[in-house]
Write a protein that binds this ligand. Structure first.
Ligand code: PEP
Ligand code: MN
Length: 334
């Protein structure tokens, strides 16, 4: 990235800009830009930081500082991430379905059966739940992992489940095919590094108030630690309007597509948090170019221990699967 200064920029502006670059761990080189303006090479600085520097007229973006996950030119395709042999990022739009939380064997069996018959390739379900309140159901832990593995194996599905802390990465990776880093942990750099040091692919959900750039830098932590098998999952951002749980940012899909080669998933269940909106927004996600869609379901949403209000029944999930296939074909996917 190169900062080009206003002709009126002062010597102090330049010194301050150099301090910003040094704080980012890089060496600021002074260059001369067209018209005799001063420019400073500023690798490592985020676009937000660069634009905040006093005296800067404009910023020239070269290779972004999140260089491992950045798309290298328009000719570069999307990286295909294989989850137990299921390709995410290829021509097929992958459906991921399952309960918010693993509750017991029968509930999970019904979810796995519903997921499979709706066309899902991955079974989701939380064994370790990052609940807002410490008094809410926290998940079944290890037992939940074993139930997930068994239910997925019975139906030939892959497993994605959330890991909350670095110390649990090994355990979760033993049972799951893909590790989920949740919204609340998107900037937990110790966890990002820990999932980056192991071999399972990672589903990285968007922080609930994270910019696209912050999200890409979070992915860069994982890639830099050694694991480039990352799928980004849009799950809605906080806004002013209580009419929905979150505002599902579907524009993130085409905006990210231009910036990264990583495959992109969308979770309309948490993204809107209103059951009636899940199907239409899932269809819209595929139309927008998503490589995968993640949906919460429950055999009896009214009795769910978490997020029942946004869970689809098995019958509703079947309708969603069938409608998704139609939209996928309309945008040249399967
Ligand atoms: C989840 O998918 O189970 C979850 C907790 O979602 P998020 O991290 O997006 O809130
Ligand atoms: Mn949930």
């Amino acid at each position: 990235m190169i900062l080009v200064f206003e002709p009126t920029a002062s010597a102090e502006d330049l010194v301050r800009a150099e301090q910003v670059v040094r704080r980012a761990g890089a060496d600021p080189k002074r260059l001369t830009a067209a018209g005799g303006r001063v420019a400073i090479e500023a690798s490592g600085v985020t676009l937000e930081e660069a634009q905040a520097v006093a005296g800067v007229a404009f910023v020239l973006e070269g290779t972004p500082a999140y260089r491992r996950v950045a798309r290298r030119g328009q000719g570069e395709g999307t990286r295909v991430v294989y989850v137990r042999g299921v390709p995410i990022g290829g021509p097929e739009v992958v459906l991921i379905a399952g309960p918010c939380a693993v509750e017991h064997e029968e509930q999970l069996e019904e979810c796995a059966r519903a997921a499979k018959s709706a066309g899902a390739r991955l079974l989701r379900g939380g064994a370790f739940k990052p609940r807002t309140s410490p008094y809410s159901f926290q998940g079944l832990g290890d037992d939940g992992l074993r139930l997930l593995r068994a239910a997925a194996d019975r139906h030939d599905l892959a497993v994605v489940t959330e890991v909350l802390e670095p110390a649990a990465v090994g355990l979760v990776a033993e049972h799951a095919d893909m590790l989920q880093v949740g919204s609340r942990n998107m900037q937990n750099t110790a966890l990002l590094r820990a999932v980056g040091r192991q071999k399972r692919p990672v589903l990285l959900k968007r922080g609930m108030s994270a910019t696209l750039e912050e999200w890409l830098f979070a992915a860069e932590y994982i890639a830099d630690a050694g694991n480039e098998d990352i799928v980004l999952c849009e799950r809605g951002v906080r806004t002013f309007d209580p009419a929905s749980r979150n505002l599902l940012d579907l524009a993130a899909v085409p905006l990210l597509r231009a910036r990264t080669h990583l495959p992109l998933a969308v979770d309309p269940s948490h993204g809107v948090g209103v059951k009636a909106a899940v199907l239409p927004m899932a269809l819209a996600a595929v139309a927008a170019g998503a490589d995968a869609v993640m949906i919460e379901c429950h055999p009896e949403p009214g009795t769910a221990k978490s997020d029942g209000f946004q869970a689809l029944t098995p019958a509703e999930l079947a309708v969603l699967g069938a409608r998704l296939r139609v939209v996928a074909r309309a945008v040249d996917r399967s």
